[in-house]
Structures are given as structure tokens and as C-alpha cells.
Design a protein. Sequence first.
Length: 120
Amino acid sequence: MRIDKWLWCVRLFKTRALATAACRAGSVQIDEQPIKPAREVQVGDMIKVRQGLIDRTLRVIAAPGSRVAAKLVPEFYTDLTPPEEIEKAQAHRVQQLLAREKGTGRPTKRDRRALERLRE
């Protein structure tokens, strides 16, 4: 199975076109080598996928016949992504929530209390 189709089938990308574009951009690697979208996926391949801030590392277990349900996805790959990568993405989400728009000035007492409730 082609890598772009595999990435779409196991729900790493919403559309196959996005998976193809990620391959062409160099965001997908197999065994540390950037690949083209037509590269065939083999059982046991180590795939690195750059999705936003996260570098996901996956080991291929099987190739699905077509796009699979979200519950069945773990049957087709093992996620070897280090926990630090996931924490980095979560920290970035929190920073975006806490960021204030430029020019809004200092937070009011009400804003400060809302921020403290978020941090708890």
C-alpha cells in the first residue's frame, strides 16, 4: 500500500491529499529518509510524521484495505512517540489559551482569577 493512502487510512490525515502534500513537503520519513507519496509501506517500517509541533513515531503492524474506524486504528500501528513530544504540544495549547491580545493592557482582577482557575 502507498504511504499516502496508509496515512489516510489510519486517520493520521483527514484527506489523502493532505497526506500526499505532507509526503511531498518532507514531513513524512521512513527509516530516517524523506519519502515520496508513492512509496510502498511494509510491515515493520518505522514512520516519522511531523504534525504541527509533534514528531510522531509509528511502527507499521498491518495495512488496512480501506479507511478504518477510529476504534480499529491501534490494530494497524504502534505509537512510539516519546511522551515529551505530547507534553510539548499540550504546553503549547495552554500557552495559546493564556495569551492575551496585543494592546489589551494588564489583566483585570476578574481575568486574573479566571486564569488561576484554568491553572488549577
